[in-house]
Design a protein around this ligand. Structure first.
Ligand code: ATP
Ligand code: MG
Length: 190
């Protein structure tokens, strides 16, 4: 079993990361703000992973084609139970839903139970935050999404980042040759 918990995510570029950090600073929600380098949007959470599963997880991601899209981060929200303050889009873009669907589908043969709860795209800004009223982000943060990543958590000592990006996959460029030996794997071919 590898150390750490694995997850697929979108990782912001520097410009988006800086804008998210600025929103985070303005919110002043006490609690623990995420390190700027940790800001991300989880797509699928895998948790701990056996070494033998890692190769298959990479294979499942290799055959994803997907499409680049723009994410409009236009609102903040607060979930009282985990006490999380987050930023997210009012509407989930269809290519994002499709990407999450394809990843989950492709991970089933790797032994992962798909999450049944509706996917709620969000970037956690603050953990253990005080309640804040949901608000609009104006102007909204325009995030050009051109890739997804596999990341692992487990850092965070002494104020350093908690998460580490392990691998990146571009959206919209996977070659058809990659899909040929993946008969049992669903691929977004649009
Ligand atoms: P900790 O659990 O130690 O407080 P964390 O929540 O930041 O830290 P992980 O639990 O490893 O770290 O989670 C990594 C990412 O996956 C985070 O974005 C987290 O919100 C998300 N995540 C964790 N558990 C789930 C889950 N059951 N479903 C969906 N996303 C999850
Ligand atoms: Mg957690």
């Amino acid at each position: 079993m590898s150390d750490g918990r694995y997850f697929f995510a979108l990782w912001p570029n520097e410009a988006v990361r800086d804008q998210l950090s600025a929103v985070n600073r303005r919110m002043a929600a006490n609690g623990r703000p995420h390190h700027a380098d940790d800001l991300h949007m989880t797509l699928v959470f895998l948790g701990q992973v056996a070494d033998s599963q890692l190769r298959r997880i990479h294979d499942a991601a290799d055959v994803i084609r997907g499409r680049p899209f723009t994410l409009h981060l236009d609102r903040t929200g607060y979930w009282p139970r985990p006490r999380i303050l987050w930023a997210g889009p009012e509407r989930t873009p269809e290519p994002l839903s499709q990407l999450v669907f394809d990843l989950k589908n492709n991970l089933i043969p790797c032994g992962f139970e798909p999450e049944r709860r509706t996917y709620k795209p969000h970037v956690t800004l603050h953990r253990k935050a005080e309640s804040t009223d949901p608000g609009k982000i104006e102007p909204s943060i325009e995030w050009p999404v051109t890739e997804f990543v596999l990341a692992v958590s487990g850092g965070g000592a002494g104020g350093s980042p908690r998460y580490r990006v392990l691998q990146r996959w571009p959206l919209g460029t996977a070659g058809d040759s990659l899909t040929n030996d993946a008969d049992s794997i669903s691929v977004n071919r649009r």
